[in-house]
Design a protein around this ligand. Structure first.
Ligand code: C2O
Ligand code: CU
Length: 528
């Protein structure tokens, strides 16, 4: 195994991703941040220098951190935030190949730009013979305010639970704001779209990452079908699609055959606008129609001129939903066996509002089993548990679930009684989706798929629907389970799972992690 070392300085810079300048939170001055590349089995070292002017942290999304819970990057759970001016080194091994990403897990900071792709290559990938080259594409909605401002403006005491409305969407860091709506903003109406060059006859793997706060997308390339081969690090049986639905924080790989006439074709990342719950009482409702919800890049064949494509988007073949790729199209390539029995079984009721009376003026408006989560940045769970506090005695707003029993599987059933769709992410594991259903259905254990079900780390619970997932309790640590809609995280749709604490307590927390809490508590006390 090779050691892959990255020096990341996070700092603010003035950039204009969609033609309108704003303060972007960058990694080494870039948005999105630099790509981390490794081979399976390698050790990754990320040396963070924080010059953001506020605390930060880095979570490696989809990396299971076996034996290194404290490098999972979650302030309030696995570490104290890295203070401004501070330094911290993440150091872990990557055991599972696939398409991942790293992002700040400090409040909503990743949405301001602190994120980048993390690719773990597999020299023995069974799909290697299907492609010649690869590219990475990211996309997300884009705001002209920082998330700190958005949280203050939109989510104060009178917050309704609806999401802030973006200004535009960006693909690989570039978008085009509708400058006619700019109202005095400086606005460049000709941002150069990102161009992906292909050679006629070659095949390209596109690794696609949705880095949004709030938006489900459809990804497509005009005139080119997509051969889906990977979902969240798991190879799937190849399936041909035209438009790929992708929810927040999910990743897919698709293969594109450069088999069309030499020319230029649009690559499209389009926000699925019917997923948004817009507040028609606000001015944002009127802005909805002037927002550019589509970001385009260009698939450019070598030898073609540099003209803007005239290609047409694939038509929709059915109802446009906010759900995941159907489970039938996510069959693992190498058959997987989920736990056939479970020894820990939790039902998680997801409910919405009214605001948490125990959290006056706060954002608590989403609940899991009647509790809205609040992080405790200065005294993270890992520190509390390692100092002898029992998980059961943590406050109710810590939403703690514990299981020490490692013999069977863990089962979580999420029941969504609100109208939103919620892409749930589990830290420390991928999980088997043994069942899920839309509005009007309820969990039916007799129908669970226990033979090679989809296996991934982020999956969507339908509007008023449900989802049952299972996994093996083979990773001692404290793992977050949360909706990846960033606004819902801020509103409390988060729990923490304390897995096999009796084994976890035998692990030794590195001194650098302990020191982080000393420096952050001293910097907090000096400013208060
Ligand atoms: Cu991608 Cu808890 O995060
Ligand atoms: Cu949600």
């Amino acid at each position: 195994p090779t050691v892959r070392e990255y020096d990341f300085r996070v700092y603010k810079a003035q950039l204009s991703p969609d033609g309108v300048p704003r303060t972007v939170y960058t990694v080494n001055g870039q948005f999105p941040g630099p790509i981390i590349q490794a081979n399976v089995g390698d050790q990754i070292i990320i040396n963070i220098t924080n010059q953001l002017g506020e605390p930060t942290s880095i979570h490696s999304h989809g990396i299971v951190q076996k034996g290194t819970n404290w490098y999972d990057g979650v302030p309030g759970i696995t570490q104290c935030p890295i203070p401004n001016g501070g330094n911290f080194i993440y150091n872990y091994t990557v055991d599972v190949p696939g398409t991942y990403w790293y992002h700040s897990h400090y409040i909503a900071q990743y949405v301001d730009g602190v994120h980048g792709p993390l690719i773990v290559q597999d020299p023995a990938d069974p799909h290697l013979s299907l492609y010649d080259y690869e590219y990475v594409v990211t996309f997300q909605e884009w705001y002209h305010n920082t998330t700190e401002q958005l949280l203050l403006i939109k989510m104060g005491a009178n917050y309704t639970g609806l999401s802030p409305i973006p200004a535009s969407v960006v693909i690989s860091g570039y978008g085009q704001y509708n400058c006619s709506a700019a109202q005095g903003l400086s606005c460049n109406s000709s941002v150069t779209p990102p161009t992906y060059v292909v050679q006629s006859g070659k095949r390209y793997r596109f690794r696609i990452i949705n880095t949004s706060a709030d938006n489900h997308f459809h990804f497509s390339i005009d005139n080119h079908t997509l051969l889906l081969i990977e979902a969240d690090g798991i190879n799937v049986k190849p399936v041909m699609v035209q438009k790929l639905p992708i929810s927040i924080a999910q990743r897919y790989s698709v293969i594109v055959n450069a088999s069309q006439p030499v020319g230029n074709y649009f690559i499209r990342a389009s926000a699925t606008t019917n997923c948004l719950l817009l507040n028609n009482a606000t001015i944002d409702y009127d802005r909805r129609n002037i927002i550019n919800w589509n970001a385009t890049g260009i698939l450019h064949y070598e030898g073609a001129n540099n003209s803007i494509p005239t290609s047409k988007e694939w038509p929709d073949t059915g109802a446009v939903t906010c759900d995941d790729v159907p489970d039938a199209n996510l069959v693992p390539f190498v058959a997987n066996t989920p736990p056939q029995n479970v020894s820990q079984d939790f039902t998680l009721n997801l409910t919405f509002g009214p605001a948490d009376p125990n959290n006056p003026g706060g954002l608590g408006i989403f609940f899991v089993n009647n509790h809205s989560f609040n992080p405790n940045f200065t005294s993270p769970s890992i520190m509390q548990l390692s100092s002898g506090v029992s998980a059961q005695s943590l406050p109710a707003d810590q939403n703690v679930y514990t299981y020490d029993n490692a013999t069977g599987g863990v089962q979580l059933t999420l029941i969504n009684s609100n109208g939103g769709t919620h892409p749930f992410h589990l830290h420390g594991h991928s999980f088997y989706i043994v069942g899920r259903g839309p509005n009007g259905t309820s969990p039916d254990p007799a129908s669970y798929n226990l033979v090679n079900p989809p296996y991934r780390d982020t999956a969507t619970v339908s509007s008023r629907g449900w989802m049952t997932i299972r996994y093996y309790a083979d990773n001692p640590g404290i793992w977050l389970l949360h909706c990846h809609i960033e606004w819902h995280v801020e509103m409390g749709m988060v729990i923490q799972l304390v897995e096999r604490y009796s084994d976890f307590s035998k692990l030794t927390i590195p001194s650098s992690v302990n020191n982080l809490c000393q420096s952050s508590s001293s910097s907090t006390s000096s400013t208060t």
